[in-house]
Design a protein around this ligand. Sequence first.
Ligand code: IPD
Ligand code: CA
Ligand code: CA
Length: 262
Amino acid sequence: MHPLLNIAIRAARRAGDGIARQAKRLDHLTVTAKQRNDFVTEADQQAEQVIIETVRKAYPDHAFLAEESGASGSSDTCWIIDPLDGTTNFIHGVPQFAVSIAVQVAGRLEHGVIYDPMRQELFTASRGNGAFLDDRRIRVSACRHLRDGLIATGLPYRDFTHIDAYFGMLRQIMLESSGIRRAGSAALDLAWVACGRHDGFWELGLQPWDIAAGMLLVQEAGGVTGNLHGQPRCLDEGNIVAGNPAMFAALVREIGPHLEQR
Ligand code: IPD
Ligand code: CA
Ligand code: CA
């Protein structure tokens, strides 16, 4: 295993174990609103600290892009971290959240880890080496037609700029697919596309830390990620479509045109 992936796993497990402990004492938790519908808890902050400390110990010179502490350091190697993806679920005791860590080297995603501390499921990927759930190799689903596909999404809840376009997309996918899920953690949505539980996923307005690790997982599991027009760059844009190749193409076809009609 690549040493960078090894450290990413160690960091994700440590952070996840802390989150799982705090999930049992939600009544003691301090919740702060960063802005409307954007919450942070001590669990998010402590998890981020644990991850950064673990990485710094092994790689003191690397850079970070982390949700709670922002960008720091200057290096070719950057750790993109969402310490707790799915904070709203976490606060409500809904057991659907994860730690997401990606390692970008010279602008390219090389390693990704998503750890679900409630199910103790560890999703990992390194470029060129495939994607894994624990020790098992995973692949995207074999679903070929959107009408048979189970599609995950994220509903807008902070930024409503594209709400009308989004409703158009939602309507279209409702009509064309076999079902839609909004589980509340973009990182897990992508990990679940990678292991074939979901056939596809789309969401608008995400941040790099929500999707970096998940994008690599989907790609290494044989899937495709891109923006709503099917172009590969979506990490900085934040509008993402992901799926097995057939589902990706179908989602781009059905969803893409709605973004222009706002
Ligand atoms: C959020 C989750 C959610 C998605 C939001 C994200 P957070 O991340 O991934 O599923 O719909 O857009 O911001 O704030 O819980 O880390
Ligand atoms: Ca997030
Ligand atoms: Ca978060």
